[in-house]
Design a binder for this molecule. Structure first.
Ligand code: MRU
Length: 359
């Protein structure tokens, strides 16, 4: 593989430095201008890294939380198993409260707590080693899942296609390749050419700052557009498929992803363009019946009025509504591409089959 592309698809957005016993993350809020790595040692630093989007993207925050819990477990002083578990649960609840929408966060935390409970009788050093292995497995597993998702995604596009994406679901948001950007990066590795349109993704600009950065560095033909330009680009006939990531997929296929995603899906339906959601099965929440039950994170109005601007761009007193995610109705989704294959409507059945078969 081309060395430059290898660096892009294998980006170390999250790494556990075992020698120093420290969690290291790439601060995504500073990209693309600065590549700065942060060492997280306290629960507050870990909580804030997720809350403030220094680490972001549904799978990535799950991986970060898993390593965080291991790291915090090392600091627990309580001698008894019960005392250890109580303290670990406190840390788990605290980290879990950092962001509500992406189900990967609570999924990874649950996996870590389950592992702790199952191995509670082990001597402390061994228990900690088991927890480290679990976090590393969650990380490695995501790499395998993203690779499989990328392969399945490649089956629905062809060389030369135009693809529109929203927000960032690339290597920075996951572990390698990414989900929505995975087929594009994998296809590029194989010599395919795509023309990608990246929505800038207001208000936090993940498309401008991260997606166009990742794709351009990988040598992909990427064009950055403002969110309100998706319609004209589709009307011009430049888009053959939309690829987006997901933060939580409900049992009926309704999908929460970055605010603005549902608008892209509505436009795609108008222009007859297939709209695909790509994500690992850890993002599917079978306990959530439909989109109405997905908690939507609401963020600080300052992100709309002031952030990224030299001068405030709105009256400081103006009322703002700043939901970070929206729900795309399952009827607008052409397929949900997972590491186990592509689910099609009716999603209530196809998603359930993914878990029934335990493939
Ligand atoms: O607020 P963010 O930047 O964490 O939102 C991220 C997204 O909406 C992604 O599309 C989603 O998490 C999937 S990442 C593979």
């Amino acid at each position: 593989m081309d060395e430059k592309l290898r660096k892009v698809t294998h980006v170390e957005n999250i790494r556990y430095d075992k020698a120093a016993e420290e969690l290291v993350i790439l601060d995504q809020t500073l990209l693309p201008n600065e590549e700065k790595f942060l060492r997280l040692t306290t629960a507050e630093e870990m909580y804030n890294a997720i809350k403030l989007l220094r680490v972001r993207g549904a799978p990535a925050i799950g991986i970060c939380a898993a390593y965080s819990l291991y790291s915090l477990a090392r600091t627990i002083q309580e001698d008894t198993s019960e005392g250890f578990l109580t303290k670990l649960k406190e840390y788990a609840a605290y980290l879990n409260s950092s962001r509500p929408t992406a189900v990967n966060l609570s999924w990874a935390i649950r996996e870590m707590l389950k592992t702790a409970k199952e191995n509670l009788s082990l001597p402390r050093a061994e228990l900690l080693e088991v927890l480290y292995r679990k976090a590393a497995d969650i990380h490695a597993d995501d790499i395998a899942k993203c690779t499989a998702i990328s392969e399945y995604g490649l089956t629905v596009v062809k060389d030369g296609d135009g693809i529109l994406t929203h927000c960032n679901a690339g290597p920075l948001a996951t572990s390698r390749y990414g989900t929505a950007l995975g087929p594009i990066l994998l296809g590029t590795e194989r010599g395919m050419k795509f023309r990608v349109f990246s929505d800038e993704t207001r208000p936090l600009l993940q498309g401008a700052r991260l997606t166009s950065y990742e794709l351009q560095r990988a040598g992909v033909d990427v064009t950055l557009i403002c969110d309100n330009m998706a319609s004209i680009v589709m009307k011009n006939g430049w888009v053959q498929a939309c690829f987006v990531g997901c933060d939580r997929v409900a049992a009926n296929g309704d999908t929460a992803n970055k605010i603005g995603t549902s608008g892209v899906a509505i436009l795609a339906r108008h222009y007859g363009i297939p709209f695909y959601v790509l994500g690992p099965t850890s993002t599917i929440d079978m306990d959530c019946p439909d989109g109405a039950h997905i908690p939507i994170e609401e963020r600080d109005p300052d992100e709309i009025k002031n952030m990224w601007y030299e001068k405030p761009m709105a009256l400081q007193s103006v009322k703002c509504y700043n939901p970070a995610f929206d729900v795309t109705d399952h009827t607008l989704i052409s397929g949900i591409i997972t590491e186990k294959g592509i689910c099609r409507a009716p999603y209530t059945e196809s998603l359930k089959a993914l878990f029934d078969n335990k493939k």
